[in-house]
Design a protein around this ligand. Structure first.
Ligand SMILES: C[S@@+](CC[C@H](N)C(=O)[O-])C[C@H]1O[C@@H](n2cnc3c(N)ncnc32)[C@H](O)[C@@H]1O
Length: 287
């Protein structure tokens, strides 16, 4: 929906200073529209929601206040329309069933979800360490020709949707959902490609990604939220430093989206070379 759509709908209903504070856009997941409102417009949330209900298939309007904790649970409230928030969302040739008020489905990652399948070569084994409801795993399985995609997810609710989405899209031959902490349940030594699609803590999982890759090496997609002045340095330095004794080639750094004032979400594509005997012995504490 075009920028300013919401302002157009509410022109004449809100005073000009409030109109100016309305967000330029909003997120759409299936029949649910998710808005972020500044605190000054909180009192107006129902009126704003009502203006959107019924437009372009929107049946429910919710206000998103934040995202909480390790499982990235949205904090959100329905303000207008149908209280049913479980929905069916279509994207990149896949169907996603989910409740966007209970599990995160980031609108800003849309391009990334379409980009990754184009990089995967036929026959590859992919490990998606933070799979959510299948945001990356499903388009890869549908649009590329991997031999396996291991999709690891910690949150039982997101895992339930992940399994449902694998069935819904007929991808059960390719995608293997795994429930639990990736440190514990991710398969080791199998991957041609590892996706680290989480923010804030990603660098802590780089050593794990090294173990998950085949000993012959492979590709990484490393996501990080980073202050703008460090966007092209810190994530790359972290990736380079994580694999002592292995060759690391940085293939690209892309800005995925603005994250918060002064902070951006970037993804680093890298190729990690073979694990040498020395690197493995160091990783194991030597003998
Ligand atoms: C924000 S979602 C991201 C989904 C998808 N990768 C994306 O970027 O759109 C992150 C997911 O990682 C899961 N998660 C967090 N820590 C985890 C861990 N240690 N092992 C497995 N999953 C984890 C959360 O439950 C959440 O569903």
């Amino acid at each position: 929906m075009r920028k300013g759509y919401l302002r157009g709908l509410l022109r004449g209903r809100l005073p000009p200073e409030e109109l100016g504070r309305l967000p330029a856009g909003f997120q759409r997941v299936g029949h649910v529209a998710l808005l972020r409102l500044p605190p000054e417009l909180w009192e107006r949330r129902r009126e704003i929601g009502e203006a959107l209900v019924g437009r372009n298939g929107i049946r429910t309007v919710a206000v998103l206040r934040g995202v909480e904790g390790r499982e990235r649970r949205p904090e959100a409230e329905v303000v207008a329309g149908d209280p049913e928030t479980v929905t069916l969302h279509r994207e990149h040739g896949c169907l996603f069933r989910l409740d966007p008020l209970r599990v995160l489905f980031s609108p800003g990652n849309l391009h990334e979800r379409g980009r990754l399948p184009k990089l995967v070569k036929p026959g590859e084994v992919v490990v998606d360490l933070f799979a959510g409801v299948g945001q990356f795993s499903l388009p890869i399985a549908r649009l590329a020709r991997p031999s396996r995609v291991y999709a690891v997810e910690l949150n039982p609710l997101a895992y339930r949707y992940l399994c449902e989405n694998v069935r819904l899209n007929g991808l059960g031959e390719v995608v293997v959902p795994l429930l639990g902490d990736c440190e514990r349940v991710a398969p080791r030594g199998v991957a041609d490609r590892v996706i680290l699609g989480i923010l804030h803590v990603t660098h802590r999982y780089l050593p794990l990604a090294g173990e998950v890759l085949k000993p012959s090496g492979g590709f990484l997609h490393y996501h990080e939220s980073v202050p703008v002045p460090l966007q092209f340095t810190r994530p790359v330095e972290r990736v380079r430093a994580a694999f002592p004794g292995r060759e690391v080639e940085i293939l690209g750094v892309r800005r995925v989206k603005k994250y918060s004032p002064g902070v951006v979400h970037v993804v680093v594509d890298a190729r990690v070379g073979p694990a040498t005997f020395k690197a493995r012995a160091e990783g194991e504490g030597g003998c």
